[in-house]
Design a protein around this ligand. Structure first.
Ligand SMILES: Cc1cc2nc3c(=O)[nH]c(=O)nc-3n(C[C@H](O)[C@H](O)[C@H](O)COP(=O)(O)O)c2cc1C
Length: 270
């Protein structure tokens, strides 16, 4: 009888110990990962599926120089931090462009534009090119690539900390998106289109009802950065707010908690 009780006690202690270890590991994970750094598991699954069906190229192979990189994760080149265009010149030249050439963009263009939108400026302090209420960073940026020299067409998501894009869905989806937005010709023709999304929850945990206002202000900051950056790259854009939310969300394959806010086709002005 005594033995039985002893075994039960030991089993209970072991189970309790295992439960504590499990809970503390999960809590630690949650503590060290900021909400916007978490891996989007659903999306990574999609990416891995696509990876299997997409080949890779050997870099530095002259015969394949003109082929596109089609890795499921693409590390973007370092952005440049100076140019011959002053802020004043970019401001004075900014205007909406809705008519684009079919000329392709480069991977350097993509790097620069995404960095301007939400890139990291101070790695130690986790600061970005656009201000964010409470440094909670509710914005996510999707990029529809349809005509970029080095990158396969597809829907990608920008990862600011890694300065890379992750494939969400392969193939040219510009036509699909265009169906649900104002200025469909612009989206259909422009080599790339940015779709800004927001996770309101990241800001509302701290700011409650005021979060909606803050998130909308933030997408204005980020999109204005892009408006000015594209001038410096000799490109043009238009900020599109008129679209069917649920269809855009579905087409871009956003996560449940993300909502689309702004659409920006970008390319060379005609
Ligand atoms: C919140 C917002 C939403 C907009 N939505 C659209 C849109 O759906 N379609 C469009 O062609 N332009 C849109 N625009 C661009 C405006 O039409 C444009 O900025 C305005 O006509 C002034 O012209 P400009 O940008 O050339 O100075 C939007 C601008 C803002 C600020």
């Amino acid at each position: 009888m005594k033995n039985k009780k002893f075994i039960l006690l030991i089993t209970f202690i072991i189970l309790l110990g295992l439960t504590i270890i499990y809970i503390s590991t999960n809590a630690f994970d949650k503590f060290v990962c900021s909400s916007n750094d978490k891996i989007d598991e659903k999306q990574i699954q999609i990416t891995n599926l696509n990876k299997d069906t997409m080949g890779t190229i050997e870099e530095n192979n002259p015969e394949q120089e003109n082929k596109k990189i089609n890795y499921s994760k693409i590390k973007l080149p370092e952005p440049v931090y100076s140019s011959n265009t002053s802020v004043e010149e970019a401001l004075s030249k900014r205007k909406s462009i809705r008519d684009f050439q079919k000329k392709p963009l480069s991977i350097e263009n993509i790097s620069q534009i995404l960095w301007a939108a939400q890139g990291i400026t101070d790695k130690g302090k986790n600061k970005r090119t656009a201000p964010s209420a409470g440094a909670l960073y509710p914005l996510e940026i999707y990029i529809l690539i349809g005509n970029v020299k080095e990158i396969e067409s597809g829907i990608y998501k920008y990862k600011p900390h890694q300065h890379e894009i992750v494939l969400i869905a392969a193939g040219d989806k510009r036509g699909d998106l265009a169906k649900y937005c104002a200025q469909p010709e612009a989206i259909q023709t422009a080599p790339i289109t940015l779709v800004f999304a927001a996770v309101y929850e990241r800001t509302s945990v701290k700011y409650g009802q005021r979060a909606e206002r803050y998130v909308h202000i933030e997408v204005g900051h980020a999109s204005q950065n892009v408006c000015l950056q594209v001038i410096s790259l000799n490109l043009g854009t238009v900020t599109i707010g008129a679209f069917q939310d649920s269809y855009v969300k579905k087409t871009v394959q956003m996560l449940q908690e993300e909502d689309p806010l702004y659409v920006m086709p970008i390319g060379y002005s005609r």
